[in-house]
Design a protein around this ligand. Structure first.
Ligand code: ASP
Length: 323
């Protein structure tokens, strides 16, 4: 009997399924997006899912489980079968949730097998198109003078839009009324419709509407201007020195997913991130795939730990918590 077969027989005898990558995938793969359809995390995931489907030879479908700043969907993914058939694509919120939520129903670091980093997306501060301020400095002055009537949209506590808003309010030392959504997809619809005043969101959700003149943009939150929106100043240039947020995304499987399955997913993700159509769409939306060396479990694990440490004191200083 060959060693691998002997090992498989031992696994079966003691009740553990062999971690055979050749059995994977066993049918369609579901990627849980912890925000609404049509938003930026959803857009990134759908763009990556298509070439991953080709690589894995099976359909990769997206399931939107929005709510509680991304923690509902992440909690659902943590509890899924650890067989690689259910995954999670989440952003920076994985690193901030442990500090923001006192009763988080999952452990972002210990409760998942990381697959790899996917992309890092800049954010832009945007407003409904008839909002009076026209520059970032005017926005700051307006918001300070009208703090009781201005509304700020976000995707719940721990969402990137919440973090960016929290940094903004801290920077200008002004508390505003926030309007939470299950994702910034629906928030953007309301911004275009004029139901809320402003928000801060990823370029993957806002570039088209900015270019189409449906919303007003004040600044990008990266140190450099973007090729996709070259006329837009950085927040640093426009009146908020040192103001920076970039929203990194990672792909995760539930804890206990066998290593050969993770490796297969990692290879499919790596290949997907080189797909020319996907790379072009990312560029049009002001972003780019993570470098190949970051598309690995170790790189994502290290980044998640470092970001968790980085955000902890910032959140504690802001003093915002969910239950
Ligand atoms: N951009 C959202 C956020 O604020 C999430 C989303 O809808 O994808 O985190």
């Amino acid at each position: 009997m060959r060693f691998s077969h002997w090992l498989a027989a031992v696994f079966v005898a003691i009740g553990i399924a062999p971690a055979a990558a050749q059995d994977f995938p066993k049918g369609p793969i579901t990627i849980i997006v912890p925000f609404s359809a049509g938003g930026p995390t959803d857009t990134v995931t759908r763009l990556v899912a298509e070439p991953m489907s080709k690589e894995l030879g099976t359909q990769v479908v997206v399931q939107n489980v929005g709510g509680a700043g991304g923690t509902l969907g992440a909690g659902q993914a943590a509890k899924a079968q650890p067989d690689g058939q259910t995954l999670l694509l989440h952003h920076i919120g994985m690193s901030t949730a442990p500090t923001l939520y006192r009763n988080l129903p999952f452990d972002p670091i210990e409760g998942f097998e990381p697959v790899g980093l996917v992309t890092e997306v800049p954010m832009v501060i945007v407003a409904r198109k008839d909002f009076p301020p026209n520059t970032l400095q005017e926005l700051i002055d307006y918001v300070k003078a009208n703090k009781d009537k201005v509304t700020y949209a976000n995707a719940g506590i721990g969402a990137a839009s919440h973090l960016c808003g929290m940094l903004f309010m801290n920077a200008i030392d002004t508390e505003l009324t926030t309007v939470p959504y299950q994702g910034t997809g629906p928030a953007l619809t309301d911004l275009v419709g004029g139901q809320v005043d402003f928000m801060c969101d990823q370029t993957t959700n806002t570039t088209g509407q900015i270019k189409g003149g449906e919303i007003k943009a004040y600044a990008v939150t990266t140190p450099q201007r973007l090729d996709a929106l070259p006329d837009l100043p950085t927040a640093d240039e426009a009146g908020l020195p040192g103001f920076e947020v970039a929203v990194w995304h990672g792909l995760y499987a539930p804890k206990g997913t066998p290593a050969p399955v993770i490796e297969k997913l990692q290879n499919a993700l790596k290949a997907a991130l080189k797909d020319p159509t996907m790379v072009k769409r990312f560029a049009d939306l002001g972003t780019s795939p993570s470098p190949e060396e970051d598309v690995s479990p170790q790189a994502l694990r290290d980044h998640l730990k470092a970001q968790t440490e980085l955000w902890k004191p910032i959140i504690e200083k802001a003093g915002v918590y969910a239950q």
